[in-house]
Design a protein around this ligand. Structure first.
Ligand SMILES: [Zn+2]
Ligand SMILES: [Zn+2]
Length: 347
């Protein structure tokens, strides 16, 4: 089969011929329906070799859904043909965080757990994906894997980032989402579904993305800049927002986030933009907590799937066959994908 593989650091990935994997004990082979193209793949392609040794080549694609193809010896809980979504960060399954379902923070993974497509293991940009354990699969029910794939990263990451701050989002509260691309669009829908009483504000440099944000449930869409800061302050009687999620994470967006967050609020950095947030006694505001959540838990993925099944969240997706994967990443790189580019290796 053809697989889109990272062959060398800071070199463009290549479509290469590889064998179809055979599932070993406890493993499950998944026929890939959709594999989402994520901004973090662009970081992977552009970054220098990591300090932690990672075996090359490996197949990209960490946002995967498909159908169970074959169960390895002893694997249970699923049958061939079942539509499934694949939980992305693969932990050890035995440490305390893993047993609390937070395999993203596996204590034996050296900080954060990485699964297929993120270093070491092969990902889903190929017709078949080998998943090490059935505990990484969540049934999709009536959802189409080609449409659902982004739920496991774009939606799960946003869901976890919001859920941990829900206690701040009661009546009269304000949530600001900076960056209204794929993750931001999902965050807006999730805020609408989970924090119905909150006022939701989207901030972006693109007026068309702000239009989409409003369509998806944002109460206001503001173009990035000083006027956005003033408007958010005005809307909140000078207090600022209870929750600010920065989906971009570059210096200007982090600066905006610190300016519009309120005392006792949450400032949550999701974007991998590589910016730095200056912290001193006056900024961010007093007792405003800053966090950089990474992905989410398996049980949260189940909750995200439930929300999608109920029709409360929906990802805008643009499909590309595997032969056009390079083009999909180029469009993503130039900001021309509105929503998520999803590769469909089996059509
Ligand atoms: Zn990702
Ligand atoms: Zn673990």
């Amino acid at each position: 089969m053809k697989a889109f593989q990272l062959v060398a650091w800071q070199k463009p990935p290549e479509l290469r011929e590889v064998p179809v994997p055979e599932p070993g004990p406890g493993q499950i082979l998944v026929k890939v329906g959709g594999a989402g193209a994520c901004h973090s793949d662009l970081h992977l392609m552009e970054r220098p070799a990591p300090k932690r040794p990672v075996k090359l080549p490996f197949t990209l694609g960490h946002e995967n859904a498909g159908w169970v193809e074959k169960l390895g010896p002893g694997a249970t809980g699923f049958a061939p043909g079942d539509p499934v979504i694949v939980y992305g960060p693969w932990g050890c399954g035995n440490c305390k965080n893993c047993r609390m379902s937070m395999e993203n923070y596996c204590e034996n993974a050296g900080g954060i757990a990485r699964g297929g497509g993120l270093g070491g293991y092969d990902g889903g940009m190929a017709p078949y994906l080998l998943v090490p354990s059935s505990r990484f699969l969540v049934p999709l029910g009536t959802l189409d894997p080609r449409e659902a794939a982004p739920l496991t990263d774009a939606a799960l990451t946003s869901y976890h980032a919001i859920k941990r701050s829900l206690h701040l989002l009661g009546a009269g509260s304000t949530a600001v989402v900076i960056g209204a691309g794929g993750l931001g669009q999902m965050a807006i829908q999730l805020l609408r579904a989970l924090a119905a009483a909150a006022t939701i504000v989207a901030v972006d440099t693109s007026s068309s993305k702000l239009e989409t944000a409003k369509h998806l449930g944002a109460d206001e869409g503001l173009l990035s800049g000083d006027a956005a800061v003033t408007r958010i302050k005005d809307m909140t009687r000078g207090q600022g927002a209870n929750l600010v999620i920065d989906m971009v994470g570059v210096n200007p967006t982090l600066q905006t986030a610190a300016q519009v967050a309120r005392t006792l609020g949450h400032l949550t950095i999701v974007g991998l933009g590589g910016g730095a947030l200056p912290v001193n006694f006056y900024s961010p505001p007093h007792e405003c907590s800053v966090a950089s959540p990474y992905w989410g838990s398996i049980t949260e993925l189940m909750e995200v799937v439930s929300l999608a099944q109920a029709g409360k969240i929906r990802m805008l997706v643009e499909h590309f066959p595997l032969e056009r994967v390079g083009e999909a990443y180029q469009l993503l790189h130039s900001g021309k994908i509105n929503g998520r580019a999803v590769i469909t290796p089996n059509r």
